[in-house]
Design a protein around this ligand. Structure first.
Ligand SMILES: *Cc1c(COP(=O)(O)O)cnc(C)c1O
Length: 512
């Protein structure tokens, strides 16, 4: 076809047989002969070697109900399953707010060195000076890139970083005997984790309305801030992909009221090497190393959400922190008034090492170039589609483009969900949908800096073709995806009545 598109997601629509269904009584992976003279009996029926333990009463009276299969059956089963999963390594994954960019293999290789993977957390600091030196270097580089005094590397995710940052804000006010500050101000465009973290940290959430152009105004903050304000949480660029122009005035308004300003740095991909939240007036910030600094993520996989603070707040961070002694050696140290540990040991150390490898391989200039490419790519997609899809707010945008499918839904009856499902047929992972909540029929596209122009052009061509299909062949969207492993699951049922095991399918389904 002219635009090089094919209707093939690469995912065959075949039922995936369960291992239990493929089970054949007596089939085995391997058969081991009993070692000569070994104190084992072979169970004739199951083939299992059973230790000739003195107390056979402790044994189960029958072998476990596991599927009986050859090794090849098992290898093929899991290899097929892995190919049914959509991943960045397989194709374009423009999931807005998630920064699903490609993570160079060199970072994986560095973190996979045995010297790191085989270290025990209880190793004496004297015997792992190299690791401590690297953590110290990572912290110094994050301080420099973001404009902070200290970073705790311990939090394991963005949401946990937010929670830690809020504990730091609480500790700051309590340390000043200022106990009335129970409120956290959060704009209505915020990621859902912001109000959730504030509530989890014991604060009341005050939602601030964004302006018609999708930004928070300093006047709105000034009116809301007062003696009950503990702080404000702000994402910049915000979840509409827009830079908050009044960020300095907003920070000043919160500070004048006695509160602190928190930077949700999950979108730092757009600003690294260009502006620093520390310079924009943010007292506390978290980063998503698994978005901005090279760790593939999704499915709740291991991440890191380090928390940075300006001078004067470092004593409240969770410890331990790495310090450099006057003799040049490194040691662990607990901050004096720490809000307490939030993770075992030092955090997800291998994710931290990948981030350092990423920063080192790119250097300062490379990080700056990466954020520039992220912004360029998002604007390229926006401008390639804005004659067909209405931008949620006037651009230009930063690292992601938010479109609204509302006019198209009014015209065709087809919504953003239908567009997303049809994109699967064209082999793309759908963008984030229906978020931010303030945009009706939102489609939030974050191409990231690691995609080529050719890939972006293919995605744009698919979107334009889908637009034509919406008008001419709407059933193609209604029935999509037709070329995926499964069609459209009933999402409410999947959430409320999840079938997580093979056994469960055989039981009568409980009433919702
Ligand atoms: C991803 C994200 C978070 C949460 O990060 P997790 O690591 O998923 O907990 C918070 N805020 C914004 C803006 C995000 O995009």
């Amino acid at each position: 076809m002219m635009d090089g598109l094919t209707i093939d997601s690469g995912l065959r629509r075949e039922p995936v047989s369960q291992l239990n269904e493929a089970s054949v009584p007596g089939r085995r992976g391997w058969r081991l002969g009993a070692a000569p003279g070994a104190p084992h009996d072979r169970d004739e029926e199951t083939g299992f070697l059973e230790a000739a333990a003195p107390d056979r009463g402790l044994f189960a009276d029958r072998p476990p109900a596991l599927p009986e299969l050859s090794e090849l059956d098992v290898v093929r089963h899991f290899t097929r399953l892995s190919a049914l999963n959509y991943a960045v390594d397989g194709g374009f994954y423009p999931l807005g707010s998630c920064t699903m960019k490609y993570s160079p293999r060199i970072n994986e290789n560095c973190a996979a060195l045995e010297a790191f993977t085989e270290l025990h957390p209880l190793t004496d600091p004297a015997d792992c000076q190299g690791l401590l030196a690297l953590f110290h270097e990572l912290e110094s580089k994050l301080n420099l890139l973001l404009g902070y005094q200290r970073f705790s590397l311990q939090p394991a995710a963005g949401a946990q970083g937010e929670f830690v940052g809020l504990l730091v804000i609480r500790a700051y006010h309590e340390d000043r005997d200022d106990h009335e500050r129970r409120e956290i101000l959060i704009p209505d465009s915020a990621h859902g984790t912001n109000p959730a973290s504030a509530a989890a940290a014991g604060f009341d959430v005050v939602v601030l309305p964004s302006d018609a152009d999708g930004r928070l105004r300093a006047g709105t903050v000034r009116r809301a801030a007062g003696p009950r304000t503990a702080g404000l949480m702000l994402t910049n660029p915000n979840t509409l992909g827009l830079f908050e122009h009044e960020v300095r005035e907003i920070a000043a308004a919160v500070h004048e009221a006695g509160g602190l300003v928190y930077y949700d740095g999950a979108n730092a991909n757009a600003i690294i090497g260009r502006v620093r939240p520390g310079d924009m007036g943010f007292d506390v910030c978290h980063l998503n190393l698994h978005k901005t600094f090279s760790t593939p993520h999704g499915g709740g996989g291991p991440g890191a959400g380090p928390v940075g603070v300006r001078a004067g707040l470092e004593q409240f961070l969770p410890g331990p922190l790495v310090v450099r002694r006057s003799d040049g050696s490194f040691a662990w140290e607990e901050p004096a008034q720490s809000a307490g540990p939030v993770h075992a040991w030092y955090g997800n150390s291998l994710v931290l090492l990948k981030a350092l490898a990423y920063i080192r391989t790119l250097g300062g200039a490379g990080c700056r170039e990466a954020s520039g490419m992220a912004v360029l790519n998002a604007n390229y997609v926006l401008r390639s589609l804005d004659d067909l899809w209405e931008p949620a707010k006037p651009g230009p945008v930063m690292h992601e483009a938010v479109l609204t499918g509302k006019p198209l839904r009014d015209r065709t009856g087809l919504g953003t969900l239908d567009v997303a499902k049809r994109l699967i047929d064209y082999g793309f992972h759908p963008p984030t949908m229906y978020f931010p909540l303030i945009v009706p029929e939102a489609l939030m596209i974050e191409p990231t800096e690691t995609e080529s122009r050719e890939t972006l052009d293919r995605f744009v061509a698919a979107m334009r073709r889908i637009h034509a299909e919406m008008l001419d062949e709407p059933d193609l969207l209604r029935q999509a995806p037709q070329h995926a492993a499964i069609g459209r699951p009933d999402e409410a049922r999947a959430a409320r009545r999840p079938v997580l095991t093979w056994m469960q399918q055989e039981r009568a389904e409980p009433e919702i």
